[in-house]
Design a protein around this ligand. Structure first.
Ligand SMILES: [Zn+2]
Length: 644
């Protein structure tokens, strides 16, 4: 139907301009950010189970991509259409297929599908420039990235293109490409690779391409939708943008889409530029038809992201090859490491903007592993958490899908001041839903989104010390655990790299640490507990909470005794002399006597239960002995009963 509509409009235009040749239609099939989802995926974008496959609950996978590309290619072939099949980057990283085969599996399958070109994505550098070079040597199509500069004589020098010119139906089409300029921070390209500003680069190259007499220019980008919009608005001469990197869904029917497909943005001349991108993880194949007039100006653009659900049958030959390659890693994947009583939320829109239950799990596991070394604080990047885990049995394969980067634990010492500075970096790009957002354990922080990035968004930071939250001391050195990627300055964590002391970056693999922790805490109950709050302080955040939620609701928010959360009742004591004395008392909970107790500043039922019973989960005993009304608001100076 879509095709007919376009053709009808073209004929109408052609009739109006007798002298003109027939308008030129270019069809583009496109994918982006497959992130090694070679096998099909479930609704959480992680590897789909055999059971789900039987129940037709799976999406995508490379064999479904092949089926849809073949079907569309066949249909276009009958129309003698002008077709380009493009990938906007980030084929690498995200599943055991990548961990096991690096780029080899993707190269084989992309060759069979018959891609015409691919943009270099930031994750193509995850295993260094050399590994990307091996991928490029295997693929039968060019990789493109004009603002990626390889040092003369280095491993990637001359291995990829600035732009490529295709000829379709007697017309020349140039495909240019740019990559996010912060790729040094988000991946590991090494010292021989540098990046220039995408818009500056494009403003330089587009007039040169036009000077060659080419008037159809497609930007195949890996910069994210916001930068794509800036490119459209700031660069003349680009006709279409096919993007990736932000995992954005554009659709005319899906309510959750970021915008329409295509998204139209005015260029500096007021010409509308269609932008398309097709989510991620092999879930969609984008299809755009663009109509150009004689001068190479886009006069119509229309299309759809095809959802690759179970109605699309995986290509049998490719599915068999996927299974064959998967066999050696199947055993590892199916190994059960534990179970979870509820889904563990690792969605990027949670973990890159707020505390998420996957962030709590992973940082708790990291801290648990190195607590014996005196480490107090765990910080990991929300962008390092790549999937959610569904309720029930948890397999090693699922853990690896969440943590596919093969990152290692990194321990080091850092001053309180630099920890606060690092958290400030973490909340500096929330408008872009950037991966740097800090998930934490052993530490909690309040941040204020109304403050400009980098200007003091982080308002209060507290560290768990001897069972109490204490304001962080800027001058004190704390022992921190993070991952080797962040310790190398990744995601903007320069302070980890430059000021971290006594560092050890080659600890156990993050996925192993989390798998072990799930086994140890089996069954696992996912949680969030107010480690990261929005506002100017925990006092404010709690005041808000206590208005909404009565005291009786408290235990739902605090399922774990060893890591008590902010409670609605009262704020944790500040780090001052009397608090230090209280700490000593609390170290020996068995010594506290039961009976009458006078409420002091900072008391809450949770802490009192730990103080008197050595077990915070016993708080209900105190509530029962005093009545819910009497303990809902603990007032300083009130006397309450502490039963035996
Ligand atoms: Zn990317």
């Amino acid at each position: 139907m879509k095709k007919l509509a376009i053709l009808a409009s073209v004929s109408a235009m052609a009739l109006g301009a007798v002298e003109a040749r027939a308008d030129y239609i270019l069809d583009i099939l496109h994918t982006n950010d497959l992130h090694s989802r070679i096998e099909s995926i479930n609704k959480y974008d992680s590897t789909c189970s055999a059971d789900d496959e039987k129940e037709n609950k799976c999406f995508g996978g490379i064999a479904r991509v092949r089926t849809m590309v073949s079907d569309r290619r066949f249909a276009f072939g009958k129309e003698k259409a002008n077709l380009l099949v493009l990938d906007a980057g980030d084929q690498f990283q995200g599943s055991l297929f990548y961990s096991t085969y690096k780029g080899k599996a993707a190269a084989e399958f992309m060759n069979q599908i018959g891609y015409d070109a691919m943009a270099i994505g930031n994750h193509e550098f995850d295993d260094g420039a050399e590994n990307l070079g091996e991928f490029i040597a295997k693929v039968a199509f060019p990789l493109i990235s004009g603002n990626t500069i390889a040092e003369k004589g280095s491993v990637l020098d001359g291995k990829y293109k600035d732009y490529v010119v295709f000829e379709r139906g007697g017309e020349k089409i140039a495909v240019v490409s740019v990559l996010a300029a912060d790729t040094k921070e988000t991946s590991s390209p090494g010292d021989s690779i540098s990046f220039t500003d995408p818009i500056e680069y494009l403003n330089g190259i587009v007039p040169k391409i036009e000077a060659e007499g080419i008037n159809k220019i497609i930007a195949l980008t890996h910069v994210g939708i916001e930068e794509d919009k800036r490119i459209a608005a700031n660069v003349k001469g680009i006709d279409v943008i096919v993007g990736g990197h932000s995992h954005t869904l554009l659709s005319n029917t899906d309510e959750k889409a970021y915008g329409p497909y295509p998204l139209m943005v005015d260029n500096p001349d007021g010409v509308k530029v269609p932008i398309v991108t097709a989510y991620a993880y092999s879930k969609y194949l984008g299809e755009l038809s663009v109509v150009f007039d004689d001068a190479g100006k886009v006069i119509a653009a229309d299309g759809v992201p095809h959802l690759l659900d179970s109605s699309v049958k995986p290509d049998a030959g490719m599915a068999a090859r996927v299974a064959a390659l998967g066999a050696p890693i199947e055993e590892l994947k199916t190994k059960q490491v534990g179970m979870t009583s509820a889904p563990i939320d690792g969605d990027r829109n949670s973990c890159r903007l707020q505390e998420c239950s996957m962030g709590d799990l992973v940082t708790d596991a990291m801290l648990d592993r190195v607590e014996g070394q005196g480490v107090q604080i765990a910080i990991t990047n929300g962008g390092g958490l790549r999937a959610s885990i569904d309720q029930g049995d948890v397999t090693m394969g699922e853990v690896l899908t969440v943590l596919p980067f093969q990152n290692t634990l990194s321990t080091f010492e850092l001053s309180g001041k630099d920890i606060v500075g690092s958290l400030e970096n973490g909340v500096s790009e929330t408008a872009d839903v950037a991966g740097r957002f800090a998930q934490v354990a052993g530490l909690r922080y309040a941040w204020d989104e109304s403050v400009e990035p980098g200007q003091g968004r982080v308002k209060q930071v507290q560290v768990m010390e001897n069972g109490e939250w204490k304001d962080i001391n800027p001058d004190k050195m704390y022992k921190v655990v993070s991952n080797n990627f962040m310790r190398a300055g990744g995601d903007g964590y320069k302070l980890f790299k430059e000021n971290g002391q006594n560092a050890y970056d080659y600890g156990p693999g993050l996925e192993t640490v989390v798998a072990d922790y799930l086994s140890k805490n089996n069954p696992y109950t996912p949680k969030t507990e107010g480690r990261i709050v929005k506002g100017t302080s925990f006092d404010m955040a709690q005041a808000e909470t206590s208005k909404k939620e009565p005291m009786a609701e408290m235990p739902k928010e605090e399922p774990k005794a060893e890591m008590p959360a902010a409670t609605p009742a009262a704020e944790a004591p500040k780090a001052e002399a009397p608090a230090a004395e209280m700490t000593k008392t609390e170290e020996k909970p068995a010594m506290a006597e039961t009976g009458d107790y006078v409420i002091q500043a900072g008391d809450n039922l949770w802490d009192l239960a730990r103080k008197f019973y050595g077990d915070a989960t016993e708080w209900k005993k105190i509530e029962e002995a005093n009545g819910v009304e009497n303990v809902r608001r603990l007032k300083i100076g009130d006397t309450i009963k502490i039963p035996k």
